[in-house]
Ligand binder design. Structure first.
Ligand code: TGC
Ligand code: FAD
Length: 394
């Protein structure tokens, strides 16, 4: 057995997790990190304050960086590993959860269903332009009365000759008002089916939901469908059950298991730097035992959650990751990221409540991340079912 090393661990990578990444993964991670540091971080506090983002510019930039649908093969997509997608999600969410949302909704929720369940013609028509960020997509599953239980949806489509007529509404849809197409899940006589709805379809509206106190650097909308007529080649032919939308959620939840640790890392690093600078009682507050405890708890949580995410990524790339294991990552990393953000907020004192620092913004965003893509309770029950064999939902 070798002796222990006496090298000082890096406070930003205490367990040397970087050593677990390939050169290619480090390069991709650093590229995204530098984009976020230069193009997102200087502005995102203002975007959040104003409740907007330059979605078109960002989508084009992310397209150029090869990040839209990056883990999908073909049709102009980068075809990276799942782990690489996860590492990119960490960096994006270190900027803001809303920025990660823009990318994950586009790739995992709008492009993925077309890639997985679409016809060859649908894939050729939409995916290359979506990968470039020329076409923005959104994902309509949730309704005002069907959140955790999307199978109770009322939005429906009926055949009319060779067309479909879509009626109903969706709620809380990321990118809804700025999307060029919406992938909408609706009840039909044949089961739950996915429709590609172009935003200029007569009868389709997407009003923005205002006055949000969380995820403000992200557009959230209602979608309404009043007798929207769609030709048959706008329905995804490959699925007619809840397996369609739930498969998409696997993709996005996987990215969130990583991404949440980006937000947490940003909070920890902000608190560490602040505590070393801020002097009270003639000493930096980082010298106080209670503050050191907070910093260490945050550091340990971020490292542990990052290793968990990486483990899930490796399992995914080996083709053996299950939805319940994705629930483990989403459940544990998001709740812990929220704890880190709250702790960091306390280290910053009054400054912690301003938008001059990213901490409160992350903390507030993480309340949404805790709820969307399956609430903490839903993931608890999915894992509960897995370990007991008993279904708590019905
Ligand atoms: P259940 O009756 O168990 O199954 C129905 C069909 O689906 C299949 N299935 C899955 N397929 C793929 N992946 C999974 N994880 C799957 N889970 C189930 C199943 O095999 C069956 O297939 P088939 O072909 O035999 O019909 O499903 P259920 O309706 O009882 O589901 C229960 C539950 C709780 C798991 C589900 O309702 C659920 O996940 N609820 C949470 C809803 C949710 O997460 N919504 C997220 C909306 S999107 C969003 O929040 C985007 S945020 C965007 C951003 O990042 O900005
Ligand atoms: P509800 O389902 O009403 O849940 C309320 C509470 O009850 C929660 O605590 C929940 O855990 C609990 N609960 C529910 N059922 C059970 C149970 N069986 N046992 C124990 N507790 C239970 N959806 C999309 O389709 N596309 C999007 O792009 C999208 N983007 C979003 C963006 C934002 C900013 C937000 C806030 C939401 C977004 N959503 C989107 C919706 C999101 O997925 C839902 O909010 C989420 O699934 C929860 O549904 P709900 O809000 O209706 O809560």
């Amino acid at each position: 057995m070798s002796d222990v090393s006496f090298a000082t661990p890096d406070p930003h990578d205490f367990l040397d997790i970087d050593a677990l990444l390939s050169e290619e993964e480090v390069l991709l991670r650093d590229t995204v990190r530098s984009y976020v540091e230069n193009e997102i971080n200087p502005h995102v506090g203002d975007w959040w304050d104003e409740g907007t983002i330059p979605h078109q510019q960002l989508a084009r930039d992310f397209g150029e960086l090869g990040m839209l649908g990056m883990h999908l093969e073909g049709y102009g997509c980068a075809g990276t590993s799942a782990t690489a997608y996860g590492l990119a999600s960490i960096e994006l969410e270190a900027g803001d959860s809303g920025i990660r949302s823009l990318v994950s909704v586009q790739g995992s929720l709008a492009m993925f269903p077309i890639w997985k369940f679409g016809s060859e013609e649908q894939k050729e028509t939409w995916l290359p332009r979506m990968a470039k960020g020329e076409v923005i997509g959104c994902f309509g599953l949730t309704e005002a009365d069907s959140g955790s239980d999307p199978a109770s949806m009322r939005t429906n489509a009926k055949r009319d000759g060779s067309d479909w007529i879509l009626n109903g509404s969706k709620m809380w849809i990321t990118n809804g008002s700025v999307a060029d197409i919406a992938v909408v899940w609706a009840r039909t006589d044949e089961g739950i089916r996915g429709f590609i709805v172009p935003s200029d379809s007569p009868g389709f509206e997407a009003p923005e939901i205002k006055k949000k106190a969380s995820l403000r650097a992200s557009i959230t909308s209602e979608l309404t469908f009043d007798n929207v007529r769609l030709p048959d080649d706008f329905v995804l032919p490959g699925v007619a059950s809840m397996r369609g939308p739930l498969s998409c959620l696997n993709e996005a939840r996987f990215g969130i298991a990583f991404g949440a640790m980006g937000a947490a890392r940003s909070c920890y690093e902000t608190a560490l730097a602040y505590a070393k600078e801020r002097v009270q009682f003639d000493q930096p507050i980082a010298s106080f035992q209670l503050t050191q405890r907070k910093l260490v708890e945050m550091m340990v949580t971020v490292q542990r959650g990052t290793i968990l995410a990486l483990h899930l990524g490796r399992m995914r790339d080996e083709g053996r990751l299950t939805p319940e294991q994705i629930s483990f990552g989403k459940f544990d990393n998001v709740r812990n990221a929220l704890d880190v953000a709250r702790t960091a907020r306390s280290v910053l004192g009054a400054n912690g409540i301003t938008l001059e620092y990213p901490v409160f913004r992350h903390m507030s965003n993480l309340e949404t991340v805790f709820t969307y893509e399956g609430t903490n309770e839903i993931h608890t029950l999915m894992m509960g079912q897995s370990i007991t064999g008993l279904n708590a939902f019905s």
